[in-house]
Design a protein around this ligand. Structure first.
Ligand SMILES: Nc1ncnc2c1ncn2[C@@H]1O[C@H](COP(=O)(O)OP(=O)(O)O)[C@@H](O)[C@H]1O
Ligand SMILES: [Mg+2]
Length: 443
């Protein structure tokens, strides 16, 4: 992408109502624009990151055996009456009436819809287990939308729903999601700690929130400090038949709870040096709730003994749009965002220090074409802005690598390559820099 033809409305200063750094940086970097309280337009740079995060979530869900579908944003009130949640949900639900006076709503979550889909066609234990997920916009009329995409009213969520014959199967489904979550957050460069959590309006008995520690987080959390550095298990597991319980136990054996579930006495029983009391951002939340929806909605299946039983269910959410904020909170400096390579909007930025200079232009074109041919996403700053302004923009938008081409260097046959994260700069021939960038898996 040539910057001169792109749409990147960067701002020098963050609007004063943006209180936390991720919100400020997303606005300054031209990633989002607020259209109404808690409702954002995703500008091109923001959309690129959103799509990358979405794709990582999708790959890890697929790996864990979940199956993608797409449910509508608009749902029937009738379905929510069946589960008994229509009245309970309160003012957070955006209720809509159509021209036939039918009551509709903009889905805040999709337990009812997915249960309706499931009950229409799955009748036998032989078809289980099933885990259906979608990545879809949700609407919750939050009382206090704030912090940009962190607490929006309209936001993108991955929500998965598992169906099993019995509690043992449901536990396995829960464990698959628990472990998949460890991997998917790790792939985005995040340390997300699973913590015992309250089940809230979704209901149920077993629940964990995945929390990224950050001073600006909305939740107070308490955990054993070893959990923070514990590495994710990685993809090479027997997802279909393996026993993931030991991986789950390894983590749940250590104390970790959100404020609602906090047990002061149990926490204080830990050696003082192991206690971590901090603030965190909830990026995912998993629930096991048995027959809470399948029973009233009559989603029954026939067991091996011929008996009809309501399906055992769980639901598993990831805040896809919130993750942009969480990643920025975890990875930035005074200059701006530092994207982990896996979610960066572009892999490399090319800075032409003297646009219009034949030798600089030619070197930049060579680099741009070679990197694109190697499958890299490249943003080429071909504008006639000053070098200093170009550097500031590149640092602000946080691309992992900057390739800097200036007249002095070109005269000597060299260019500069800068790593955004470490700030390290090297000078080398264009050829060897391109060689390094195109060969490295991650650059
Ligand atoms: N208002 C919101 N804005 C952005 N993301 C949200 C919002 N509400 C929830 N999420 C994300 O969706 C995930 C699943 O939501 P859920 O746990 O059902 O919501 P809540 O924790 O608000 O009850 C959360 O872990 C969070 O990452
Ligand atoms: Mg939650």
């Amino acid at each position: 992408m040539r910057l001169s033809r792109y749409f990147l409305p960067v701002l020098k200063e963050a609007p004063s109502d943006a209180q936390i750094v991720s919100h400020q940086l997303m606005l300054r970097a031209g990633m989002i624009r607020q259209e109404a309280a808690g409702i954002y337009a995703w500008l091109p740079l923001g959309l690129r990151v959103l799509n990358k995060i979405e794709q990582i979530v999708r790959e890890e869900m697929d790996r864990a055996g979940a199956i993608e579908l797409l449910m509508p944003t608009i749902q029937l009130a009738e379905l929510w009456r069946e589960s008994g949640r229509y009245d309970d949900y309160g003012d957070e639900m955006l209720r809509i009436t159509d021209r036939h006076k039918r009551e509709l709503l903009f889905g805040p979550t999709a337990e009812e819809v997915v249960t309706d889909i499931f009950r229409a066609s799955v009748k036998s234990y032989k078809d289980l287990p099933k885990n259906l997920y979608n990545i879809q916009w949700k609407f919750r009329d939050e009382r206090r939308p704030r912090f940009g995409v962190m607490r929006g009213r309209e936001f993108l969520m991955k929500d998965a729903y598992s169906f099993d014959l019995d509690a043992e199967g449901a536990r396995k489904s829960y464990n698959r999601m628990f472990v998949a979550y460890l991997n998917l957050f790790a792939r985005m460069g995040l340390k997300a700690v699973p913590m015992r959590a309250d089940t809230g309006p979704i209901g149920g008995d077993l629940s964990h929130e995945f929390i990224v520690l950050a001073e600006t987080g909305e939740s107070a959390v308490f955990c054993h400090k070893d959990l923070v550095e514990m590495p994710a298990p990685g993809p090479d597991l027997d997802w279909a038949n393996g026993d993931l319980q030991p991986l789950v136990n390894q983590r749940t054996a250590l104390y970790a709870a959100t404020e609602e579930m906090h047990d002061e006495a149990a926490f204080n029983a830990l050696p003082e040096g192991d206690r971590l009391s901090a603030r965190g951002i909830e990026v995912g939340h998993i629930f096991s709730f048995g027959t809470k929806y399948s029973e009233p909605m009559k989603a029954t299946i026939q067991g091996p003994d011929g008996q009809q039983v309501p399906a055992q269910m769980g639901s598993y959410g990831v805040g896809v749009s919130r993750l942009l904020g969480a990643i920025i909170e975890a990875s930035h400096d005074e200059g701006g965002i530092i994207w982990p390579e896996s979610v960066a909007p572009f892999d490399v930025g090319i800075v032409n220090m003297r646009q219009g200079d034949a030798a600089c232009d030619a070197a930049c074109e060579t680099a741009y074409n070679a990197l694109k041919a190697a499958g890299k996403d490249v943003l080429y700053d071909d504008t006639d802005a000053r070098g200093g302004a170009k550097f500031a923009t590149m640092d602000l938008i946080g691309l992992p690598w900057q390739l800097i081409v200036g007249p002095k260097g070109i005269a000597e046959g060299v260019v500069e390559i800068k790593n955004r994260k470490t700030g390290e700069r090297h000078t080398a021939s264009l050829e060897s820099v391109l060689d390094g960038l195109t060969k490295s898996k991650t650059a």
